[in-house]
Design a protein around this ligand. Structure first.
Ligand SMILES: [Mg+2]
Length: 320
């Protein structure tokens, strides 16, 4: 889910070993981890792989110049958000202007004053962290801590694009807490919130870190399961189904909650668009509700897990 804080990683890019040695000594007491690159090509590779928190970039290097590196960093979606401080021997204001135009966060002239550089580094890292946090917070559901609908929409597009390139299997699950309105009416909204949070924590517990659990809206959740076979997806849904069914809710005696699951899998779904995927998972969910709830339905296959022994009231218009 949301990444824990790690020590900020600083990527230092300079063709001169003396600069690397100097900064390693002068910045050794900072809360930083260091990566070093002596050429622009090396820097681009490391930036992409290691996702440093900040890049200190020399302008004058053999091969790719600092400007070329900066441009390449800012043009690549994998590296465009990493802040870059230019560290250059040039005090020419045209160079400074060009650096800022290309997206540099700051510009420091060599020979640099170490305390000043240190302060600029810390301030760039702080600002970047704050921006990241705000960006992430805007994509998180406040009640459950899961990703929200806006993130889901974005992420599903990304996964579908990657599937178009790689043809790897993909599963989408939409699940919904059964009789949630009734639960709220009988036990009150704080109980409803507790169940939503409890369900979210089960999702976090039962899913792999590569899976994406989102609150889709109200009592509805959407799960994106990359690189998952139909059987694995059904088993994952059924584990969650059994876990929520078995869960006891302290402070709410007699309360029990169940959920219904609709699964769409790439094996059964020769479609491209996010809308079609969601429709397929939704229609499987509808079948699970109609079949008596507390069960898993797979698009194109019907009942996949649970439900066999259920005796439920016939479906009504407000089945939800
Ligand atoms: Mg140089």
């Amino acid at each position: 889910m949301v990444h824990a804080d790690r020590k900020p990683v600083l990527l230092l890019v300079d063709d001169q070993p003396a600069i690397h040695r100097l900064l390693a000594v002068k910045l050794r007491n900072e809360e930083l981890e260091f990566l070093t690159a002596f050429t622009g090509e090396e820097a681009l590779e490391l930036a992409k792989e290691q996702q440093p928190s900040l890049i200190l970039l020399d302008l004058t290097m053999p091969g790719m110049s600092g400007f070329e590196v900066l441009k390449a960093l800012k043009e690549n979606t994998d590296t465009m958000e990493i802040p870059v401080i230019i560290v250059s021997g040039s005090t020419d204001s045209r160079h400074k202007v060009r650096a800022f135009e290309l997206g540099a966060m700051d510009y420091v002239c060599k020979p640099f004053d170490v305390p000043e550089l240190r302060a600029r580094i810390q301030s760039a890292i702080k600002l970047h962290r704050l921006m990241k946090m705000l960006e992430q917070r805007a994509q998180i559901d406040g009640l459950t801590g899961l990703w929200n609908r806006a993130y889901f929409d974005k992420r599903l597009e990304i996964e579908l694009n990657s599937r178009r390139r790689t043809n790897r299997p993909l599963a989408l699950v939409i699940c919904d807490l059964d009789h949630f309105k009734l639960l709220n009416d009988n036990y009150g909204h704080p109980a409803g919130d507790t169940v939503l949070q409890g369900f979210a924590s089960l999702l976090n517990h039962e899913l792999r870190s590569s899976d994406v659990a989102c609150r889709y809206g109200g009592e509805e959740f959407a799960l994106i399961l990359p690189e998952t076979t139909p059987d694995e997806a059904i088993r994952a849904c059924d584990r969650i189904r059994l876990a929520i069914d078995a869960k006891s809710w302290k402070n709410y005696e007699g309360l029990s909650a169940t959920a219904s699951f609709g699964l769409a899998h790439s094996d059964d779904l020769p479609v491209e668009t996010a809308e079609e995927w969601i429709e397929a998972a939704d229609s499987a969910l509808y079948e699970a509700k109609r079949g008596g709830r507390n069960q898993v339905h797979a698009y194109g296959h019907g009942l996949a897990a649970g439900g066999a022994l259920e005796i439920d009231e016939p479906p009504t218009e407000q089945a939800a």
